[in-house]
Design a protein around this ligand. Structure first.
Ligand SMILES: Cc1cc2nc3c(=O)[nH]c(=O)nc-3n(C[C@H](O)[C@H](O)[C@H](O)COP(=O)(O)OP(=O)(O)OC[C@H]3O[C@@H](n4cnc5c(N)ncnc54)[C@H](O)[C@@H]3O)c2cc1C
Length: 279
């Protein structure tokens, strides 16, 4: 089995240009995905590439490099708008997993239950894709196309997740419901980011729900409906109708009906906490 661990991004992109590889970062999705089998496809381990492990402000964006881990994110000095993403980070597996697993790996794996996706959607995150012929950028909402499906082509590597500074405003929250408190795959989750005016009313909102559709979804109608609302009015505005665009499934973790009801409650609680904190 072919295995490469390049030290330079240029080298990695040349390898990706020449043939198809399985990309390996923290390996916390990759190895469980093999089950008890050995890898059969060539593996490109990207963990030695210099310059990809950072979280910094750069040219109008907050830039989260492809090798930044969940623990790096928790430790980073970031505006309150990232609090929801930090709360999600603390829910990804255990601390050992958070020390190893990358945020980029979470979005590339594209699980419907990926904890990073709802808060990143509320931050209007974009994905930087690099290849031997150049760099392109896609909104996260366009990048993930389905359950374990993305727009990544075989010759590309995700080199960063970018959050526009214009979206890194206000306060944010993330709530996850699982069958137990810790080390659990979510039944439903909600992320909210709210800007408030001086009287404590909502002036701008971004809301998304995960684990209730193939890909986590923003709720634009609800976001509009709560503009000008107090925290109590915003909670009242959250109802099953506003979340009707979600298509939860029945599985061993929960029924579709339970997921729908849980999502409504999680969005309400996240909004209440976020708006009250912003006062
Ligand atoms: C015990 C355990 C508990 C977990 N709990 C949670 C949880 O609570 N919530 C949650 O969301 N996840 C959880 N996970 C899943 C996992 O930890 C996360 O999704 C993690 O962020 C994946 O990052 P990684 O660096 O390990 O990715 P890897 O496993 O290295 O890669 C994941 C996928 O992304 C691709 N990839 C990785 N980096 C890139 C890149 N830069 N460019 C292109 N493709 C790339 C890989 O080819 C692979 O297909 C858990 C995993 C384990 C083992």
């Amino acid at each position: 089995m072919q295995f490469e661990r390049p030290k330079q991004l240029r080298e990695a992109l040349a390898l990706l240009d020449a043939q198809s590889w399985d990309i390996l970062a923290g390996g916390t999705d990759y190895y469980p995905g093999l089950r008890d089998n050995a890898p059969t496809r060539p593996v490109l381990d990207i963990t030695a590439i210099g310059g990809l492990r950072h979280i910094r402000r750069e040219s109008g964006f907050w830039r989260v490099g492809a090798l930044a881990t969940w623990s790096d994110l928790v430790a980073a000095d970031l505006p309150p708008a990232f609090e929801g993403l930090k709360l999600a980070a603390r829910e990804v597996g255990s601390v050992q997993i958070q020390n190893r697993a990358t945020i980029a790996g979470n979005i590339c794996n594209a699980s419907p239950a990926a904890d990073g996706v709802p808060p990143l959607l509320t931050l209007d995150a974009e994905v930087e894709l690099s290849s031997a012929i150049g760099i392109r950028r896609l909104a996260l909402a366009e990048f993930i196309t389905g359950n374990r499906a993305t727009m990544l082509t075989p010759s590309e590597l995700v080199t960063a997740i970018l959050v526009p500074e214009t979206s890194a405003t206000g306060n944010s929250r993330f709530l996850k419901l699982g069958a137990r408190k810790y080390l659990v795959i979510s039944i439903a989750m909600a992320a909210v980011r709210v800007d408030s005016s001086s009287d404590g009313r909502v002036s701008d909102a971004a809301i998304s729900v995960g684990s209730c559709s193939e890909v986590a979804k923003r709720l634009p109608a609800l976001e509009q409906a709560i503009i000008g609302c107090s925290s109590a009015e915003a909670c009242d505005a959250v109802n099953a109708g506003q979340l009707a665009g979600l298509v939860p499934i029945d599985d061993i973790r929960a029924t579709a009906d339970y997921r729908s009801a849980a999502a409504v409650e999680l969005v309400r609680r996240a909004l209440l906490s976020c708006i009250e904190r912003g006062k």
